[in-house]
Ligand binder design. Structure first.
Ligand code: BGC
Length: 932
């Protein structure tokens, strides 16, 4: 490891000196004994800065500029933890330890010089599987077990749960996230936080916000409409913050609307704290963002894992006045509040010996509850025992228990599929097992050592099975089981070929096995051991049954056997749509985004903390139509819809009742579910709402509630109830910056899936209602009394936006001008018209109201006239709108009311719908006008 001792040592030594000189001074305020403000007042600037910058990270290959100020601190605490804060012992402030992650605690399982014990943790199922259980009690139970390990291993904060959005099946970290739907994500995350924090340790809800794929995650600018941001991407975080009060949140790597989330006060202060009442601490993702001073001001209290240069820049900014000390004190106070509630501060003893055996049972049960039965022709499952199975597919012999990267867990063991089946009374074909074993061992030997931390190993080439081998197995075994596996992880997204799609070798094995077994009148079961959605439509009719086992954690083999044999009746349902083809997913047209300059930096993989350093952006043109919101609204066929999952029994729904015919603040819905089959089972019931959709384009239906029955015996019923609040009826209205409920008729749809609505009932809302106003996002509507379009020499230009007099105050932000865009259709604009840098001139505008967050694929312009400051002439200006993206579900045109402005002395432009003024272009014939 390269180190620069003089660079990193100064702050650490200064602290040490200060600490030893005064450590025993009796009159010094002490954290927890004295008011926190006195502790802050007693701190030197260096100490304050040391507290808001983590203690650094020790990692092979970490560049010198990323070294921490107190390198090695982490190693001294809990080896393998992701980071620690810096202690200030003279004021009674201990270091606290934070560690990953969503599927279980990630620490080093063995410690140097400590052969007597191990520090293994339970690998629980991935979050996507947990969400598929739709069982918040279960997730809370998992959280309690996980939190117990956090506590017993001396860690203070677990870096999870993660709740970004399954926007596209290829998202490399989708396995670490719950769902495509924010209600599912938010409720699952809340249950997890409640469970973990019940153990007296903290959580960090991450990655706030819009880190929905990995490509260029450190630089990517996510351009998303404010409505989609609020309704889809922020909503889950809002639910978990309001319902479970996580101790911390982690800002994401990416930018939203041109600003790093870790540097954005609108997100971290206005939305998170002011609107939602978050009272915890915000930390950065590891090495996230660029500008430590901006991060401090934005309310990103703690910079992790901590770098010497961050300390240096904060100290310089304090000295120059660029960073007000009050801002630093606010953040220091938040770090101290976190420290005060931590086990490290409270002196809680930890055993280093959590009850791993008990937690394994929790992991097994959770895994079985979240598996989804996708197909079960002719009651193929459950398998009758005893029986002999022929196992095909590499993954049958190398289960993938979880994804790679920081979401990985160092577990003591994993239960293989063969072990699980055998324990459940099923024999397996030994010759096949041996053949696969030899193949896998030989291929593993060929695999190069990972070039970078967190790098996933490439998949082992699928073993080709000769026809004679299949024919023999088909004669000897009672049924075939083909496992298809997929892995992914941090730093890289998945791809379509050989990943979303089956490889040719996989197709061949599946087809050959099915032909041979079906010829013997024997069944074929596919087990999907995957972390994210794959294509199923082209092959799903080949096998008789498909069990989506996801990545089930260390108890994989047992949990899969539990479901295959019927010990557990499958009750999971999809929390993410399986499309017919990748192109049907609405985000696929703009996934993962594009670099704005130079080649794709990910051409050379740069490691998890540096996946790209060229400007890149992605436009969320899918807007609020993510997942089933798209498929249902536009009638696009799915392979398996959101909310879908089979059971070994069947359920009848009846008696949907609403507490009223009109909505007055709240409405209750009740429905009765009966087990109408012959075996016990549980059913997930979903409540969708269809709004009138007149004021704003609305998805055809949106999930507004869900519940899962207890295990119902044959013939047994349970009545489930749901409560709808005004917020459930509301959409975010950008024009008024508020959540609004429109008047009209609403339909409650009780579904077994988003495409299997069993019962409906309607109610009316008499009057339109504003539910809540919210803080303005920087990317939201901005009023300005002046602005300046800066000409740029190349194809990019900047619209610098000011509130008030240009340059007299700091700009509100910069808007990037894009490359020429074709015009689709708009009154007065010919299809094919293009805007481009040619049009760019310097021009001024006055008193415009505009939105800076618009994006979409349609652009248009109209001529408006700005008044010349001199009053002599008006300057014709092309106003470039950029917005929309789709014509809502109903095909209506976007509306705007700017046209009437032409020729008026003062331009006041209001833009409706989600059209947004994106840039202001001077007419090519104009000459620049100086600022007066
Ligand atoms: C990941 C975070 C994780 C952190 C610490 C980052 O690379 O994005 O999710 O908590 O590392 O390991």
């Amino acid at each position: 490891m390269t180190r620069n001792p003089s660079r990193v040592a100064i702050p650490a030594l200064a602290l040490l000196a200060a600490a030893t000189a005064t450590a025993l001074a009796a009159d010094l305020p002490q954290l927890g004994k004295s008011p926190t403000k006195d502790v802050v007042a007693a701190m030197t600037r260096e100490e304050k800065v040391s507290l808001v910058v983590g203690a650094g990270m020790r990692r092979p290959g970490l560049s010198a500029d990323r070294q921490g100020p107190v390198v090695g601190e982490t190693a001294k605490g809990v080896p393998g933890a992701a980071g620690t804060t810096v202690p200030i012992s003279r004021l009674g402030i201990p270091a606290i330890v934070v560690a990953d992650g969503p599927a279980g605690l990630r620490i080093q399982p063995k410690r140097e010089g400590d052969a007597s014990r191990t520090y293994y943790c339970t690998a629980f199922p991935i979050e996507t599987l947990l969400a598929s259980s739709w069982d918040t009690d279960l997730v809370e139970r998992v959280g309690r077990a996980m939190g117990n390990e956090v506590k017993e291993y001396g860690v203070d904060v677990l870096l999870g749960p993660a709740l970004n959005t399954h926007r596209n099946p290829l998202g490399g970290r989708n396995f670490e996230y719950y769902s495509e739907d924010p209600l599912v994500s938010g409720r699952m995350a809340a249950a997890m936080v409640n469970g973990v924090q019940s153990q007296g340790v903290g959580t960090s809800v991450k990655h706030f916000v819009a880190n929905d794929h990995e490509w260029n995650r450190n630089v990517i600018d996510v351009k998303v409409s404010e409505r989609a941001l609020r309704e889809i991407y922020l909503r889950g975080f809002e639910i978990v913050v309001r319902e479970a009060r996580p101790w911390t949140a982690m800002s994401s790597y990416n930018k939203v609307g041109g600003t790093y989330t870790s540097e954005d006060p609108a997100l971290l202060t206005n939305v998170l704290r002011d609107d939602w009442g978050f009272d915890g601490l915000v930390m950065t993702d590891w090495f996230g963002g660029r500008d430590a001073v901006a991060q401090m001001k934005a309310g990103n209290d703690l910079l992790m894992p901590g770098m010497a240069r961050q300390q240096e820049s904060l100290l310089a900014a304090l000295a120059s006045g660029a960073l007000p000390e009050a801002v630093l004190d606010r953040n220091v106070t938040r770090v101290l509040e976190l420290v005060r509630r931590s086990p490290s501060f409270l002196g809680s003893a930890h055993s280093d010996a959590p009850d791993l055996a008990a937690h394994a049972l929790v992991a097994r049960d959770a895994a079985a509850q979240g598996m989804v039965l996708l197909r079960n022709e002719g009651a193929t499952l459950p398998l009758r025992t005893p029986a002999k199975l022929a196992l095909f597919g590499n993954t049958s012999y190398r289960m993938i228990t979880g994804g790679t990267g920081s979401g990985d867990v160092n577990e003591a063991y994993t239960v293989s599929l063969v072990e699980g089946l055998k324990a459940a009374g099923l024999a397996v074909d030994g010759a096949l097992a041996e053949g696969y074993g030899t193949h896998i061992a030989a291929e593993e030997k060929k695999q190069p050592a990972p070039a970078r931390p967190f790098q996933a190993r490439p998949p082992i080439p699928e073993r080709a099975v000769v026809p004679e081998e299949i024919a023999r197995a088909a004669r000897e075994a009672d049924a075939a089981l083909v496992t298809l596996g997929r892995n992914a992880g941090e730093g890289r997204d998945r791809k379509v070929e050989d990943d979303f799609l089956l490889s040719a070798a996989e197709r061949a094995v599946l087809q050959d096995v099915a032909t041979a077994f079906h010829a013997q009148k024997k069944k074929v079961v596919v087990v999907l051991n995957i972390g994210g959605v794959i294509e199923t439509a082209s092959w799903r009719d080949v096998p008789d049954a498909i069990l989506l086992a996801w990545q089930p954690g260390q108890e994989s083999g047992h949990a899969i056997a539990d479901v295959l044999t019927g010990r557990t009746s499958p009750s999971g349902k999809l929390a993410t749509t399986f499309p017919m083809k990748w192109e049907d997913v609405p985000s696929s047209a703009n996934f993962p985004g594009k670099t704005l300059e130079g080649p794709d930096p990910n051409a050379q993989q740069q490691g998890p903390f540096r996946s790209g350093d060229r400007a890149a952006e992605v436009e969320y043109l899918d807007d609020v139509f993510v997942g089933y919101r798209h498929f249902a609204t536009r009638g696009v066929k799915t392979a398996y819809p959101f909310g879908f999952g089979l059971s070994y029994t069947t359920f009848q729904y009846s008696g949907l009742k609403l507490s009223g015919a009109t909505f007055a603040g709240e409405l209750k819905a009740t429905v009765t579910v009966k087990n109408a089959g012959r075996s016990p089972g549980r059913e997930v019931v979903q409540l969708y709402l269809s709004a009138p959709g007149k004021a704003l384009p609305k998805p055809a239906l949106e999930l507004r509630g869900f519940a899962k029955t207890k295990t119902l015996k044959p013939g047994e019923s349970e009545t489930l109830s749901f409560t709808l609040t005004a917020r459930d009826l509301a959409s975010f209205d950008e024009a008024s910056s508020s959540w609004r409920v429109e008047a009209g008729t609403y339909t409650v749809k009780i579904g077994a899936s988003s495409e299997d609505v069993r019962l409906t009932a309607t109610f009316t809302k008499a009057r339109e209602e504003k539910v809540a106003s919210v803080s303005t996002l920087a990317a939201g509507p901005v009023k300005t009394a002046g602005g300046l379009v800066q000409a740029a020499p190349d194809s990019s230009a900047t619209l610098r936006v000011f509130r008030g007099i240009p340059y007299a105050e700091a700009p509100v932000g910069d808007l990037r001008w894009k490359a020429p865009q074709p015009v689709k259709s708009w009154p007065g604009v010919r299809p094919g018209d293009k805007f481009g840098p040619r049009c760019m001139q310097r021009a001024m505008f006055n008193d415009m109201e505009f939105r800076s967050n618009g994006m979409g694929e349609d652009c248009l312009y109209l001529n408006v006239w700005t008044p010349a400051r001199s009053g002599k002439e008006r300057l014709p200006v092309l106003v470039y709108f950029y917005g929309g993206g789709y014509r809502a579900g109903d095909g209506s045109e976007p509306r705007y009311d700017g046209a009437s402005l032409a020729g008026k002395g003062l331009v006041a432009l209001t833009v409706n719908y989600r059209l947004s003024v994106f840039g202001f272009l001077a007419h090519p014939d104009l000459s620049p006008m100086p600022l007066s």
